[in-house]
Design a protein around this ligand. Structure first.
Ligand SMILES: [Fe+2]
Ligand SMILES: [Fe+2]
Length: 161
């Protein structure tokens, strides 16, 4: 994969998400820490996906030979968000929650593996070093703002349907 900063930024988030998923998966369903760690994961993934769409995928969508890849990833973001909606309606101590969490984990790990193995290399082949540098600046500026927004939305009550 290209060593450009934008891809290093995205991969660093993915690695944090992999670590959180493993920790949540290892925690007993009776441990309240499970819900806390999951909320940390949910907020960071929500912000990551939004900032990823506002930087890399916005650019890929405008390029005819990268458009299909970008659409595929964006539709997977929607799928993951739908899982978050389902999980929000379940008790984190329940077997139903554990089952949906495992399904979401499988989908999300597939998503980030595919981004790293297919989407990012395809983009790296087409983007100039200048464009990659610009995308890193956009991503790094958007991520904290999207995180603040995700936190404000969850603090403001249930805005999901
Ligand atoms: Fe993604
Ligand atoms: Fe990603």
């Amino acid at each position: 994969m290209s060593s450009a900063r934008i891809f290093a930024d995205l991969k660093a988030d993915h690695d944090r998400h992999r670590d959180l998923l493993a920790r949540i998966g290892d925690i007993g369903s009776d441990d309240a820490k499970r819900a806390t760690l999951f909320e940390e994961f949910r907020l960071d993934v929500t912000a990551h996906a939004a900032a990823e769409e506002e930087s890399l995928y916005a650019t890929m969508l405008a390029m005819p030979n990268l458009r299909d890849n970008a659409r595929h990833s964006v539709s997977e973001h929607k799928e993951i968000d739908d899982f978050f909606g389902e999980l929000a309606d379940l008790d984190p101590a329940s077997d139903a929650w554990s089952e949906r969490f495992a399904a979401m984990r499988h989908r999300y790990e597939h998503h980030i593996d595919e981004e790293e193995e297919e989407m990012f290399p395809a983009a790296a082949e087409q983007l100039s070093a200048e464009e990659e540098a610009r995308l890193a600046r956009v991503f790094e500026a958007r991520k904290p703002k999207e995180l603040a927004r995700a936190e404000a939305e969850s603090a403001g009550g249930d805005e999901r349907e």
